[in-house]
Structure formats: C-alpha cells, structure tokens
Design a protein around this ligand. Structure first.
Ligand code: 13P
Ligand code: ZN
Length: 269
C-alpha cells in the first residue's frame, strides 16, 4: 500500500520530526505503554490530490463543535499506540484526519484506519483556539514526565505560579526558554471535555499546563518546540528533587538574579 508520505517530502519531514520526538518521550521514561499523545496541524502541507483522498473510516464525532477547524488536517497519534512504536513506524501508530464541514466530526484519510488518541478533545480544542487567534503554533504534545507529575501530588504546589517560581529558580535556562511558566489544570478524567476546557483556559496564559496527577500538555510552533519547553521544566523539577533527596531545600536563584535574567532576556513576566 502506498503511504501518503510518498512523493510529499514536506509532509514526510514533518512526520519524521513527530517520530523523533516520540522517541525522546520514550527515552525520557515519560511514555510508559501508550502514555502520551501528539497532534500536529498539517493543513499547510496538504496538496489538492490529498484533499480529494476518500475517507477510510466512518464519520466520527469530536464531542464538541470547533468552528475554526473546518477542512483542517491533523496528524494524530493513535489511541492505545506506543510512543516507542510510533518513533519507528509513525503511519502505523497514528493517522491523518480531515475535519468535516460540520466542525463537529472527522474522518481518517491515511494511511490506516488508526483511531486517534483519546485526548483528541483537548488537542483539537487547543488547535481550534490557535487558529482562531491567528497563531503560528502547529503542534500539541501530552506526556507523563515523572518528576513534574510527582510534584503535582503536593497541593501546596498547585496554587497559581507556585511551581513556576520554584522551577524558574532552579537553573537560569528555564525562565529563558519557558518564559510563560507552567499553568495548572486540576485533576479531571483523562480524555474528558472538562479536561479539555481546563487545558484551553490555562493555555491562554501559558505554553505548558500541568495536568494534576497525570502529566503535562504543551503547545508549540512545532512538535520539537513543544517538547523543548516540557524538557526544560522537567529538568528543573529533577534538580529540585535531587536537592530534596540530598536532604536539603534548594535555595533557588534569588529574586534579584531572576529580575536580572528577565531584563537581559527581555522576558514578558
Ligand atoms: P491514548 O493512547 O488514547 O493517546 O492515551 C494516552 C494518554 O496518555 C491518555 O491521557
Ligand atoms: Zn495521559
């Protein structure tokens, strides 16, 4: 069977980057079994021939009406599929979907009828908002970073910007490369519209949101950009935990040092 990637180098490159990041998620220990999901808005990479490809699935409901997604195309990780498998075979562990004109349903068009991730409501709600805002962000990533999830089990960390301040103060790079910090979404059922709504709300202000006792969800220009932001936050969480394991509370950088960094890097907060 011919893959949609054949003869479409730009699409092949994009899917290659998704596979590369899927490998990093697995290598980092953030992607046990089928844990985590990736979706990317690939509409710009879709040619007329692809637009005329027939559906290879029945029409499936999204569960929400997302008016800005009409006629858009997404690569989606398959539900129940493993990141470590997707890293090697992205078109067997994910699929390309087309959003139908009712903005409430979709069909799969390639390569195989792999059912998209159970977190599709969160991913598509965020893409809908990004398009509405005219943003050039194209990728959303959900994953299960161990240390950040561990920290989310402490209620004291779940207040607004409490974790952001701790994580920023662990190493100068974190505020520089994750300048908006980390939003917090209270625990909600995985795959639920409630979780999607909380994610959407937090992503108005942040690029990365911590799903309490579950994982993180990030948006980015592309999948590598979304991964990088999670990676720097996770690095800070590891440093915090390592200090605690050595038996002391880390000092963190001082307010003055943080202020100096913000000025030098022209950061928004
Ligand atoms: P999927 O296998 O449906 O993508 O779910 C994984 C996950 O992490 C749910 O939160
Ligand atoms: Zn998850």
């Amino acid at each position: 069977m011919k893959s949609i990637l054949e003869g479409r180098p730009a699409l092949e490159k994009e899917v290659g980057q998704i596979a590369e990041v899927a490998g990093y998620l697995w290598q980092n220990g953030w992607a046990e079994r089928n844990g985590g999901n990736i979706t990317v808005n690939i509409t710009e990479l879709i040619d007329d021939e692809t637009r005329s490809l027939p559906a290879i699935s029945e029409v499936k409901a999204i569960g929400e009406i997302l008016p800005h997604l009409k006629g858009k195309y997404f690569y989606c990780k398959g539900t129940g599929k493993r990141m470590r498998d997707l890293a090697r075979r992205p078109m067997e562990n994910g699929s390309v979907i087309r959003i139908l004109d009712d903005c409430a349903s979709y069909v799969i068009i390639a390569d195989n009828p792999v059912q998209p991730t159970s977190e599709l409501p969160s991913h598509l709600a965020v893409h809908n908002r990004l398009i509405e805002k005219g943003s050039n962000y194209k990728a959303t990533v959900h994953t299960h970073p161990i240390e950040l999830i561990a920290m989310s089990h402490n209620k004291a960390f779940m207040g607004k910007d409490v974790l952001t301040k701790i994580l920023w103060s662990m190493i100068p790079e974190t505020i520089a490369f994750c300048p908006l910090g980390l939003g917090i979404a209270p625990y909600a059922l995985p795959g639920s519209v409630e979780l999607a709504k909380a994610t959407l709300k937090e992503l108005e202000e942040y690029d990365v949101v911590l799903w309490e006792k579950h994982g993180v969800f990030a948006k980015g220009l592309d999948v590598m950009d979304a991964f990088d932001q999670i990676d720097v936050l996770s690095k800070s969480a590891k440093i915090y935990l390592d200090a605690k394991c050595m038996g002391f509370e880390p000092d963190g950088m001082t307010e003055e040092q943080m202020k100096e960094l913000s000025e030098v890097f022209h950061l928004p907060k």
